[in-house]
Design a protein. Structure first.
Length: 369
């Protein structure tokens, strides 16, 4: 089977997932909107990690260099090209603000952070986030590798993308419980999104996007470099996640502990154990040995495990305040519908995205245009 035929088959499967999941999601939105909006937010946040993490990785490469871009650039560019989709995908979040965020409803006691948590400022910040991400996504796809101001703009972009992603996590996830605050929350969610994006890129590189003309030894070297980055960021995610839990547990404050109490109820407690196993134990023990990072099948399987762990973490972060006893059927079908649409668009760009690249830049095919 040719690569083009494989892409078409994958796009057809993604489209089928979108249609089937979309029908079920629509039914869920009509039958139980209070369950639909949190499920949509969780799916939105999970899939946003792919273009946002890819954009951050490309900006980092602009500053640091590295030959691994020969294999990583095609899927990263294709993921970044899907960024405009999330402007439309945010509309259901806006429609469900009153169902998602308690601070939009009358409170028994005035919020001390009301200056920050108000609808006008919330909407303005969201607009700035999407404007920042889409501007740098467009520039990254159109830029020339030899542009003299490339590094300066990449440095500025990395700062703005990192800060905006941190504040987006505060606005869209942390503010679900407006009286709770953690100064490390943005780093924890940001590093988790970065791990998810890189794991997805590795799956695509290994399964269907290996550039032609790259020797087996060179491919394994690139794979080892990317797997090393993946493991390093994953360990950082584990460190920030544990640090947040440890600090809150030691302080034992009534304003902070309820956040974990909600997420340590019976079913969600089991989910935590699964997340730790999938997102830390598996990659740590599988990839800590250098030769293992050069094994394509092993890296692919570990990346699949991390993608599953990232999905569970998205549910664990967002859903417990709305459904203490566990998942409803709406959450997985919404994840399927959103993912089917995003994957269809991603595969379209992966096959045809070379048309978007500027003259003299590295195209999405991994060759000079």
């Amino acid at each position: 089977m040719t690569r083009a035929a494989a892409y078409r088959r994958c796009r057809l499967a993604a489209l089928a997932a979108f249609v089937a999941g979309g029908i079920a999601t629509t039914a869920g939105a009509l039958l139980d909107p209070q369950a639909f909006f949190p499920a949509w937010l969780a799916a939105f946040w999970y899939w946003l990690a792919f273009p946002l993490g890819a954009l951050a990785l490309l900006l980092i490469h602009n500053l640091t260099g590295g030959k691994w871009q020969v294999v990583a650039r095609p899927p990263l560019d294709a993921a970044v090209a899907t960024m405009p989709l999330f402007i439309l995908a945010f509309l259901p979040v806006l429609a469900g603000l009153h169902d998602l965020y308690a601070w939009t409803r009358p409170q028994p006691a005035p919020l001390v952070n009301r200056w920050y948590l108000n609808l006008d400022f919330f909407g303005l910040r969201a607009a700035l986030y999407f404007l920042t991400w889409n501007f740098f996504a467009f520039w990254q796809l159109r830029r020339s590798n030899d542009a003299p101001r490339s590094q300066a703009l990449s440095a500025l972009g990395l700062i703005l993308v990192g800060v905006s992603a941190t504040w987006a996590a505060i606005d869209w996830i942390m503010s679900i419980e407006p009286n709770w605050f953690s100064s490390i929350f943005g780093m924890m969610t940001g590093s988790g999104s970065f791990v998810t994006a890189l794991a997805f890129a590795l799956v695509v590189i290994i399964v269907c996007s290996r550039p032609e003309g790259v020797t087996d030894d060179a491919f394994r070297d690139h794979l080892a470099n990317l797997a090393t980055i993946l493991l390093a960021v994953d360990i950082f995610w584990a460190y920030t996640s544990f640090s947040q839990w440890l600090i809150i547990w030691e302080e034992n404050l009534t304003s902070e502990i309820p956040w974990y109490i909600e997420r340590l109820r019976p079913l969600w407690r089991s989910t935590v154990l699964v997340i730790v196993f999938l997102n830390l134990a598996v990659p740590l023990f599988a990839l800590v040995w250098t030769p293992a990072k050069r094994n394509a099948a092993l890296v692919r399987n570990v990346s699949f495990v991390l993608l599953l762990g990232g999905m569970l973490q998205s549910w664990w972060l967002i859903l417990p305040p709305f459904r203490a006893n566990g998942l409803s059927w709406i959450a997985p079908v919404t994840m399927l519908a959103f993912g089917g649409l995003w994957l269809w668009l991603f595969l379209w760009w992966l096959e045809r995205g070379k048309w978007f690249a500027a003259p003299g830049s590295l195209s999405v095919t991994g060759a000079k245009s």
